[in-house]
Write a protein that binds this ligand. Sequence first.
Ligand code: PLP
Length: 385
Amino acid sequence: MVLKNKFDFVMRNIQMVDLKSQYEKIKCEIDPEITKVIESSAFINGPAVRDFQTELERYLGVKHVIPCANGTDALQVSMMALGLKPGDEVITTSFTFIATAEVIALLGLTPVVVDVNPDTFNIDPKCIRKAITSKTKAIVPVHLFGQCAEMEEIIKIAEEHKLFIIEDACQAIGADYYFDDGTHKKAGTITDVGCTSFFPSKNLGCFGDGGAIFTNDDALADDLRVIVNHGMKLRYYHDKIGVNSRLDSIQAAVLKVKLRYLDEYAKSRRLAADFYDKSFKDHPKLLTPFRYQKSSHVFHQYTLVTKDIDRFAMQDYLQKNGIPAMIYYPVALHMQKAYIDPRYKEGDFPVTEMLCKSVISLPMHTELDEEQLNFITQTVLDFVE
Ligand SMILES: Cc1ncc(COP(=O)(O)O)c(C=O)c1O
C-alpha cells in the first residue's frame, strides 16, 4: 500500500514496528554473522551465544546473563531456580502481558494480582503491601512499556518481608533506574533476578524467539544454567528437573549486532515520543505518557490514555488512513477467562480497569521519520477534535 500524506507526498508505509527498514540499515553487518553461524554449523550453544552473553553482561553491568528460549521461559526458570513451590503466593500486576501470570499459574504457584499506579501503569507498592500474607514468597514487578517500576519502594517491602523480586524487564531492556543515592542500574539487574524477551518487536529483538535471565548471584546463576539445560551440569546426569530452553546461535548472532545499536534505538524511540508528546500536549482528550523521574523511558510502547473517545472508532479511523494502532491491554488479568478467580471481581482494580477501557498505543519504533510522525499526529488530532 502506498500512503499519501496531507501534502500529497508518497510516504513509506507506517507500521506498528518497522523491522524491515531497521534490518535494511544493518543488513551488511547481520548477514555475515548469520552466514558465519551457518558455515560453522554450531547452531546450538555455539560461540555466537557465548559472545552475545559476554557483551550483554558488559552492557548491563551484571555478573551473569543466562540466555534462554524466550521471555516466558526466563520468568518460569527464574521461579524454578528460586525454589518457589506450589501454594506459594506471588504478587504481580493486573496490567501486563499474560506471560507474567501464566508462568506463576503453570508452576502451581498462586498469582496474587494487585492494581497499578495511574501515572506509570506499573505495580503500585501500596497495593503490594496490602496483598502480603504468610504465604507470599515473591513479587514480580513489570517495567511496563519501557519504564521501570517503583523499585526502591518494592525492594524495601521485599526486605521487610523476606521476599524474592523477579523483575519482568521484557519491555524495558536498556532502561536505567536511578536510586535516591545517585547510583543507577539497568532494568532487570536491579534485584535478585531479571528477565527479558528478544521477541522480534522488542527493543532488542532477534529474528525469532529468544530471552535471557540476569543475576549477580553466582549460586543462582549456576542453578539457572542447569535448569535451562534439562537440569544437567554434566551431560546425561540430571541433578534437577529442568526444561529445554536455549537461545540458538543464529539469534545470538543477530542480537550481538543489534546490541551495539540499542542505545541509539532508544534515542530514536525517545525522539518519536517527544514528537507525539508535543503534538498532543494539554489536549483535553489525550493524556500523554508520564515520565517517572527515577527511570529513563525506552518507549517499548507509546501509549495514550483517552478521555471521552470511542477508541475502537479511533483505531478504525487510523487503520483506514494506513496507521496501525494497538490496544495493550484490553482486559485486566483478573478478568481474563482462564484466570477468573473467586477472590477477584470486576471493580477490584479500578486503575487497571480504567486503563483497559481507555488506552491506545501508536506506532513506535526506530524508523519513524518526521513525515510519518506528522501524518500520524495530524490524523489522530483530526479524529479527536
Ligand atoms: C511484559 C512481558 N512479559 C513477558 C513476555 C514474554 O516474552 P516472550 O514472548 O519472549 O515469551 C512479554 C513479551 O511479549 C512481555 O511483554
